[in-house]
Design a protein around this ligand. Sequence first.
Ligand SMILES: C[S@@+](CC[C@H](N)C(=O)[O-])C[C@H]1O[C@@H](n2cnc3c(N)ncnc32)[C@H](O)[C@@H]1O
Ligand code: SF4
Length: 464
Amino acid sequence: MDLKSHLSLENLDQNRQLFRKYDVPAPRYTSYPTVPYWCDSPTAEQWYASVERSLQAQDATWSMYVHLPYCETLCTFCGCNTSITKDHKVARPYVDLVLQEFDSHLRRSPRLTQRRLTQIHLGGGTPTFLSAEELHELVSGLYRLAGVKPGQSDFEGAIEIDPRRTTGQQLEVLRRLGFTRVSLGVQDFDPETQRLVNRIQPFEMTAHIVRLARELGYESLNFDLIYGLPKQTATSIRQMMKLTIELSPDRIALYSLARVPWIKPAQKLFRDEDLPEGAAKRELYEIARSELLAAGYREIGMDHFAKPNEALSRAELESRLHRNFMGYTDQRTSVLLGLGVSAISETQDCFTQNEKVLPVYERRVQSGEWTVFRGHRLNEDDLKRRRQILELMTRFEVELEDDAQLADVSEFLSELERDGLIEFDGRILRLKTQGRAFLRNAAMALDSRLRAQAPTTKVFSSSL
Ligand SMILES: C[S@@+](CC[C@H](N)C(=O)[O-])C[C@H]1O[C@@H](n2cnc3c(N)ncnc32)[C@H](O)[C@@H]1O
Ligand code: SF4
């Protein structure tokens, strides 16, 4: 991609005006409808019927996300569903619960055992809160129930790790079980920013885990980084990129800090004057982006980067890029089954989310109840808009359905068009290269549920 044609660091004044103008609360569109708009929850019978329907084709595949909520300490920026404790005795019973939950799904949806499981993703919280033995027990238990053999070539195991709480033993156990992907929580290397977010993680600690993972033969290493954290500046972001490039991860997720203090009170500890906001915040992304492009990474979607030969890059080049609750991915399956507290599942026409409160989730699994606390059955209009928003989020362009939708969307986005950020080519809505920063704003034009009923309370973080 052309470095200069992006909404770049040139014309800063003009760009700052645009960032100010379009900095509004906006969904990240990891689903459509977005979670606050789910309104037609399926019953357990409807949900399992939907799983069976989605896996009807002989060659249908499915993937699994397992949520492991525990962390030893709270990073004050964190927006994830976590349970903070130093008591590691809670881990083993939780492993049992997850396996029990999975077993009950298998009994109610036989096609899960008849179709190929292509990916297990362990996320959190902190999956490496579990000891090496507990990780082994969890993964081998899932394999046994799902009929996966360690090292199977058409299967991918991925884990999110916190370098402060990861041992060589844990990485070794997972590698032996055939895991090939590791995602390291890095966030920022700057000691002052780390202090302000309660996450001290020296560079050498991250470098050590990177070396270990490579020695063990992990194929793909990802870094999670965040822009918009306290005290980040142009200089500190350049340094963060320099150190990142030095460690050469295969993939990078560069997330915008989702600031939702009304949901995550620890974020109230930040001082407003320390936080880069709006235009200043977006500039940090632009700086990081140009450093990464100069180092040979490709920009994928709105906040990911990957080496050109990496799976995410290949998926993008081959128009196979997908987006789900975990963000951009090269894995697209007919069913995503979420296990564990607060985990989200997705079929071809339904979403569900497990209980978000840990003791309630535990009680429900133990008593053999269905663990879901909310969900949504997509109607025809939802299905169309889900497809369109997915297309826009992954390809930066989408073909609108008819002239009526074209008229509606072009009226809604007239300002973005006047500002030269989007264009219409027949019925195709396209983000111009300089408009990529406004992807979430453009996607809102396709979101009829949000447009029909704007939220009356704060539910989404800022669009930039
Ligand atoms: C479950 S954590 C990763 C594993 C492990 N807990 C760790 O922190 O190293 C998932 C990632 O979500 C991102 N994240 C968490 N809260 C966020 C927020 N409020 N805004 C943007 N990204 C956030 C962080 O980059 C974090 O690494
Ligand atoms: S960022 Fe990771 S380690 Fe920190 S609180 Fe959130 S989930 Fe836990």
